[in-house]
Structures are given as structure tokens and as C-alpha cells.
Design a protein around this ligand. Structure first.
Ligand code: ADP
Length: 370
């Protein structure tokens, strides 16, 4: 098991494209780290620099405290699982998993024991004699993971390993990957664009955008204390609602509702008067009806979307739109007028220009999470 240090890591591709900017991170032994962000934000590039498949343009990369920038992939003792899992079609599951060890000339008995142990962890014991074509997509991906984890490596790298699976298989494999991590305890870095995968798997998540790290934290921290509009909108499903408006008399218009944010801004009130602000609240934070210690908002129901365990209600208030997550028993009628309440404690305010969270809100939510 290894610990890793990334200090001011940059990647500038030969064509001049600056794909990763000053990436800083310490990864502890056995930690499960997820890089998440939209396509093209630099996740794979960073992972490939860690794997030794891509040069590091600038910065220091350390494995167990030793500078490893110039080490080859083998010296780094990493194993990588890619999006497309290329198995050898003419080889059985056993031989596919054993392949790396066979190449290294490891004793047959040792190989047999290791393959069996790996197959047990992955639930492949009954499939060892099969060829890949006689397996489901999820089983094939497990074989690919088996091939990677059978070798003793310091770090396990996974680049969107579930993206070729259907929705149901993804959910199953997700919990299996968590289980494999618990059993092997290997330091793991996992790349995905899917925030649900990130939230369910990670000890810590690194949120990236346009080659820059936006925030690093536990799933809990990112959900409760996002540093900016991007992270707030990226983590959580359905995403946080944002009302962008100019502050007037300490109030934010949300349709025809005037929400008094002056208590939150306190002595920063003057600074934001006449400036654009982003008022954020999560769909699941609201309550239907009028509550105390909450903003009360009158709105129009555009569409209630019944999902079984909850209903997503799409509402409009003037030109503003939002999604409310409600109990299915309370689903309002389409086109009806409703009032809902946003508890003061569940509101986020962001600077409309910089998109950074406004401190008062951050302090408030930090206190809440203690
Ligand atoms: P992600 O994994 O987050 O989808 P990547 O790390 O693959 O993003 O890519 C980050 C950015 O770097 C993208 O804009 C991509 O087009 C660019 N890029 C990737 N590989 C190369 C390359 N070999 N040369 C130039 N630009 C590249």
C-alpha cells in the first residue's frame, strides 16, 4: 500500500494545451479518492500522470515520499483498470486473471491460489472455466478488475470502469468495487463524471473543472459546504436550485417573492447591495406549506414528476424555475399554485461575480456540520 503526494502538478500537452493546473493533493495509505468533473476537465490526464503513462510537465509527484516523476509505470507499482476492458477472448476467466502472473513466471501453485482468492473476492469462482463471451458485461468488468488486483500493487487506478455497463449493472458493480476496496484495502484513485459514483465510493472527492481543482473533501463536506456555485450544482441530484438576482434593499426577488437576505449578509449587506447574487437551495431542503424560520415562496406547479419514493416538482415563479423534492403523498396538482418554505439554515448564498460562497453562509453551515 502506498501514499502519494501531488505538488503543483501541471500538464501542458505538446500542442500547448494546458490540461491540468497546479494540482495539489496528499493521498493516504488505503484511501479511496475519486476525481469527478465534466468530460474534458483533466481527470484522466491527472490519472495517467500518476500511472506514468503521461509526462508531468511541472510539479512533483511522490510515492511513499520519494520523487517518482521519472519512474516508469512498472516501478510505480500501480495497476490500472480502463473504461474498455480488453480481455483475451480465447482465454478462460482463470487464464485472463492469471495472465500477468504467468508472464512473470510465477509458480503454478501460487497462481492457482491467487486466482482462486481473487475470484472469491469478485464472486467469479463459478465462472473460472468460461470464456469472456459467455459472461455478462458486469462479469467481464469484474474479470478486468481481477486482472488488476491479483498483482500486489501500491495503488489501484480506475478510469471510468463502469461506463460500458447498463444502469442496473453499474449500481451492482459500484457496491462490489466498494466491497473489493474494503477487502484489499488498496490505495485507490477512481475517475468518473458521475457524482453518484463519487458520493457513494469516495473517502474524499476531488471536484475538477477546466483543469482546475475546485474543492477536495469528503462527500459530506462537498454536499454541505460547497465552496462555489459549480461544486454546489455538481454534487447532489437533482442539483441545487439557483436563483440569480440583483440585491435590492437587502432582498432577492424570486418570482414575485422578495426574500430578505440582509440577516445573512449582516455587515456585508452594503457590499452586495445592487450586485448580483446567487441564492441556492437544495430540492430536498424545502417543505410544502408555510413554516417558521424559513423563506416562504409562492410558485406555480409546472410538472410533478413521480418517481415512486419521491416526486420531483418542477415549479416556476415569474421567470425563475426550480425543482422541489417532495413526499409522493404530497404531490401537488399540475398547474396549481403552491407555497413552499426554504428553512433559513438551508440557504446558500454565492457572489454572483466570483461564484464563490459568501462567508457568512459557509460559517453557518460549518457550524451545522459539527
Ligand atoms: P477528462 O478525463 O476529465 O474527460 P482529459 O484529461 O481526458 O479529461 O482531457 C483534458 C483536456 O485535455 C481535454 O480538453 C482534452 O481534449 C485535452 N487532451 C487530452 N489528451 C490530449 C492530448 N494528447 N493532446 C492535447 N490535448 C489533450
Amino acid at each position: 500500500m502506498a501514499y502519494l503526494t501531488l505538488k503543483d502538478i501541471n500538464k501542458i500537452y505538446p500542442n500547448g494545451y494546458h490540461a491540468v493546473h497546479n494540482f495539489n493533493l496528499e493521498i493516504g495509505k488505503g484511501e479511496f479518492i475519486v476525481f469527478v468533473g465534466p468530460s474534458g476537465c483533466g481527470k484522466s490526464t491527472t490519472l495517467r500522470m500518476i500511472a506514468g503513462l503521461e509526462d508531468i510537465s511541472n510539479g512533483d509527484f511522490l510515492i511513499n515520499g520519494k520523487r517518482a516523476n521519472d519512474w516508469g509505470p512498472r516501478e510505480r507499482e500501480v495497476a490500472m483498470v480502463f473504461q474498455s476492458y480488453a480481455l483475451y477472448p480465447q482465454m478462460t476467466v482463470f487464464d485472463n486473471i492469471a495472465f500477468g502472473l504467468t508472464l512473470q513466471g510465477v509458480d503454478e501453485e501460487v497462481i492457482e491460489e491467487k486466482v482462486k482468492n481473487t475470484a472469491r473476492i469478485l464472486g467469479l469462482t463459478d465462472y473460472l472455466d468460461r470464456l469472456p463471451r459467455a459472461l455478462s458485461g458486469g462479469q467481464r468488468q469484474r474479470v478486468a478488475i481481477g486482472r488488476a488486483i491479483i498483482r500486489k500493487v501500491g495503488v489501484f487506478l480506475m478510469d471510468e470502469p463502469l461506463s460500458n455497463l447498463d444502469a442496473k449493472q453499474r449500481v451492482t458493480m459500484r457496491s462490489e468495487i466498494a466491497q473489493i476496496h474494503r477487502e484489499t484495502g488498496a490505495t485507490t484513485i477512481y475517475v468518473t463524471h458521475d457524482q453518484t459514483e463519487a458520493m457513494t465510493l469516495a473517502d474524499r472527492i476531488v471536484v475538477m473543472k477546466d483543469g482546475y481543482v475546485q474543492q477536495i473533501g469528503t462527500p459530506y463536506e462537498l454536499y454541505h459546504d460547497p465552496v462555489n456555485v459549480f461544486v454546489a450544482g455538481f454534487i447532489g441530484e437533482p442539483p441545487m436550485n439557483f436563483i440569480r438576482a440583483v440585491v435590492k434593499g437587502g432582498k432577492v426577488p424570486f418570482g414575485s417573492n422578495l426574500l430578505d437576505i440582509s440577516p445573512w449578509l449582516g455587515n456585508q449587506g452594503k457590499k452586495y447591495e445592487g450586485k448580483e447574487i446567487v441564492f441556492g437551495f437544495r430540492p430536498e431542503a424545502i417543505e410544502l406549506g408555510e413554516r417558521n424560520n424559513a423563506y416562504r415562496v409562492r410558485a406555480q406547479v409546472e410538472l410533478p414528476e413521480m418517481l415512486g419514493d419521491n416526486t420531483n416538482v418542477y415549479i416556476t415563479a415569474g421567470a425563475d424555475k426550480a425543482i422541489l423534492k417532495v413526499d409522493p403523498h404530497d404531490t401537488p396538482e399540475i398547474d396549481s399554485a403552491i407555497t413552499f418554505s426554504i428553512p433559513y439554515d438551508d440557504v446558500y448564498l454565492f457572489n454572483g461575480e466570483t461564484e464563490m460562497v459568501i462567508e457568512k453562509t459557509a460559517q453557518k453551515s460549518l457550524q451545522k456540520s459539527k
